[in-house]
Design a binder for this molecule. Structure first.
Ligand SMILES: [Zn+2]
Length: 243
């Protein structure tokens, strides 16, 4: 048995969430799923301490780029946040014959980072091995003041991710999304006041409603099968190896 069953449960559930969230994304390249989480308490203090040390690689929570489709710009992120960046297997990687070329995105890990952008300071990371176990980190070499802050940040990061199980994950992510005016599912900027209040955009609410309309596993299974068919076709057309 694992020493940390709660973090593993949370990571497994978040992985399913990530896979569901990107089910309609094109299969040719890796999708993005990076829900925001509030940055508060001791971790926020550590952030301020790191800022005092003038690190260059953190706190880049500048305004988001305008949304490509709608042109809408996310509000300045005046609330300090973290984002949990899901990583996905390369859809063209043929290392796993059971899965490669299926066109289905498969989440293989997470990185919890300061700020809005993907190059924010890494707080905590987890990677799923092929045997199904999770490896967590990062393991900073102790010694400097900066290192001890980052080591503590990693502990706190794990404490933030571990309780994200079931409804608790939805509540935390939805609250942070509302604060930022982001869609809880795709993280694009919301402009319509009704959407902002709901924390989800019109396109995503349709997808979610479809998934919840019938029994969830069935709908997902059908969607995955369709995704596999479309994905294989698209990858074959793009010259990638299918099947
Ligand atoms: Zn959305």
């Amino acid at each position: 048995m694992s020493d940390a069953p709660q973090i593993n449960t949370a990571l497994d559930q978040l992985r399913h969430r990530a896979n569901e969230a990107v089910i309609d994304k094109p299969p040719g390249r890796r999708p993005t799923w990076a829900p925001p989480l509030p940055l508060e308490g001791e971790l926020l203090e550590i952030f301020h301490d790191l800022q005092r040390l003038r690190l260059e690689d953190f706190a880049r929570w500048v305004a988001q780029k305008p949304d490509k489709r709608s042109g809408a710009k996310a509000p300045e992120a005046d609330e300090p946040i973290l984002r949990l960046w899901a990583s996905f297997h390369d859809p063209r990687n043929t290392f796993r014959p059971d899965w490669a070329g299926s066109g289905v995105h498969d989440c293989n890990g997470f990185k919890l980072r300061f700020g809005v952008k993907p190059d924010g300071q890494l707080v905590f990371r987890a990677a799923k091995g092929f045997d199904g176990t999770w490896a967590t980190g990062p393991c900073w070499a102790p010694g400097s003041e900066r290192a001890s802050l980052l080591i503590r940040a990693c502990e706190l990061g794990e404490q933030i991710v571990a309780p994200l199980v079931g409804d608790a994950a939805d509540v935390r992510i939805a609250a942070a999304s509302r604060t930022l005016g982001w869609c809880v599912r795709c993280c694009r900027a919301l402009t319509d006041p009704v959407s902002i209040e709901a924390g989800i955009g019109p396109e995503c609410i349709t997808v979610v409603a479809k998934m919840e309309a019938a029994s969830r596993p069935e709908v997902l299974q059908t969607a995955w099968r369709q995704r596999q068919q479309d994905g294989r076709a698209e990858l074959a057309k793009a010259g990638g190896k299918a099947g």
